[in-house]
Design a protein around this ligand. Structure first.
Ligand code: FES
Ligand code: FES
Length: 174
């Protein structure tokens, strides 16, 4: 049996150039986690439904489980490992700590990368916008109130305690 064909792939990941040879079917998430040991990005569902794998490609948030690595040739990828600068946490990382925005932490890298992309997009003006535009990032621990507060704090949106919503039985308050 012949070895599977590999394709050249050039990526800048967290500021570092990578020249790789990769099979066509490897997702960006698997490349990051399995080949480059960047395990901050998490695999929750592996089919675009949970957001745990969210990374930034050329500054835009994407689900890295839903794109093949070879499709991103020449792009700049930023993962959770690349957000802190010179030993200082990214403001969103700090805000997640300050606002108690996680429990198990499994969704947190994706939540933070998604929030970085959200703020860059400039579409979120209200708490409702934040809820809607972060809805692709699921938190099984239900840390949504803290996540919403953290994102609003960094985005400069009034998302304080006044923004609490009544709990509807059978739903998770976001
Ligand atoms: S692991 Fe990619 S969206 Fe769930
Ligand atoms: S903190 Fe556990 S899944 Fe979000």
């Amino acid at each position: 049996m012949t070895a599977p064909e590999r394709y050249p792939l050039s990526l800048r990941i967290n500021g570092q150039e990578h020249q790789l040879q990769i099979e066509a079917w490897v997702t960006l998430l698997d490349l990051l986690r399995e080949r480059l040991d960047l395990t901050g990005s998490k695999k929750g569902c592996d089919h675009g439904q949970c957001g745990a794998c969210t990374v930034l490609v050329d500054g835009k948030r994407i689900n890295s489980c839903m794109t093949l690595a070879v499709m991103q040739n020449g792009r700049e990828v930023t993962t959770i490992e690349g957000l802190a600068e010179e030993g200082k946490l990214h403001p969103l990382q700090q805000a997640f700590i300050d606002n108690d925005a996680f429990q198990c932490g499994y969704c947190t890298p994706g939540q933070i990368c998604s929030a970085v992309g959200l703020i860059k997009e400039g579409q979120a003006k209200t708490v409702a916008d934040v809820r809607e535009l972060m809805s692709g990032n699921v938190c099984r621990c239900g840390a949504y109130p803290g996540i919403r507060k953290a994102v609003c704090a960094v985005a400069g949106i009034d998302g304080g305690d006044n923004a609490e919503r009544p709990v509807v039985p059978g739903t998770v308050p976001a």
